[in-house]
Design a protein around this ligand. Sequence first.
Ligand SMILES: Nc1nc2c(c(=O)[nH]1)N[C@H]1C(S)=C(S)[C@@H](COP(=O)(O)O)O[C@H]1N2
Ligand SMILES: [Mo]
Length: 319
Amino acid sequence: MNIRTTKNWELPESAVTAESIYRLRNRRDFLKAAGVATAGLLMPRALFGATGGFPAKENPLYPASALKPTPYELVTSYNNFYEFGLDKDDPKQNAKNWKTEPWTVELAGLINNSGKFDVNDLIAKMGGIEGRVYRHRCVEAWSMVVPWDGFALAKLVTLADPKAEAKFVKFTSFNDPKNVPGQRQPNLDWPYVEGLRLDEAMNELAFIATGIYGKALPNQNGAPLRLVTPWKYGFKGIKSIVKIEFTAKQPANTWNVMAANEYGFYANVNPKVDHPRWSQASERIIGGGFAGKKATLMFNGYEKEVAGLYQGMNLSRYY
Ligand SMILES: Nc1nc2c(c(=O)[nH]1)N[C@H]1C(S)=C(S)[C@@H](COP(=O)(O)O)O[C@H]1N2
Ligand SMILES: [Mo]
């Protein structure tokens, strides 16, 4: 983000697939895959709902009818994932053959139920997955709308069963420099880490995504599971999580370590608190063309759900 500017913040119109076309094609792919499966060939497990819980039922509180999702092609080709390169189209290319199955997530720290969980077992323990369409606002002043699949982070916190001393949740991404080219570069401190206050983690909006558009997360979007906190800037949404730890003290977060005057711990979307090098008052809508700009909303439009978490806090100081 403060390393260099991206060379292509917009893709050519030809790269955009209308959502209706996407849906049709997706259904056809699915039927084709199901046919192949009965023939006994090996297919990704997540396609069948045998694991992963697909297809997910849309949560009526966050429906696609309220926010128009950004086309699948853009959500999966315009990415920030510095482990796989600095340009927006690098992760799709460079993460293509990276192995994310099987995958284990460790629950640790100040909890009663610590241990290592296979991601598919974890999803089953969560009671499966649901669909939620959320706004996504990057600190770089662009935005998308993403139809996620996954489960409420609050459910995972409940499973972990925090002790009274636990006040924060720390998330850690994988460390795999052998297979991940960006981790052989010192662009950021690896592994990528993030954190939330425990009450933020318990908020109804905080979500662990395991899919988008009704199928498993592509690697470039943080397979097999990543955090989604739609009222915060995108960098809080740590990808490809291997460890979730409950702590008494506020954990470090990677972009804050990189440039503390530019990226805070809270990272709440706030049109009135500018980044030192650019305004946060408005945002470019990815896929919106030249006219695609809009005013940024307080807490990214989720004020009703989260404002109570920050009552009495100075949001310019705690940016
Ligand atoms: N591990 C890891 N997680 C990460 C990042 C990263 O570089 N590495 N980038 C963050 C940023 S800045 C954003 S905007 C979102 C982008 O998510 P998306 O590519 O699915 O839109 O992922 C976040 N999570
Ligand atoms: Mo971001």
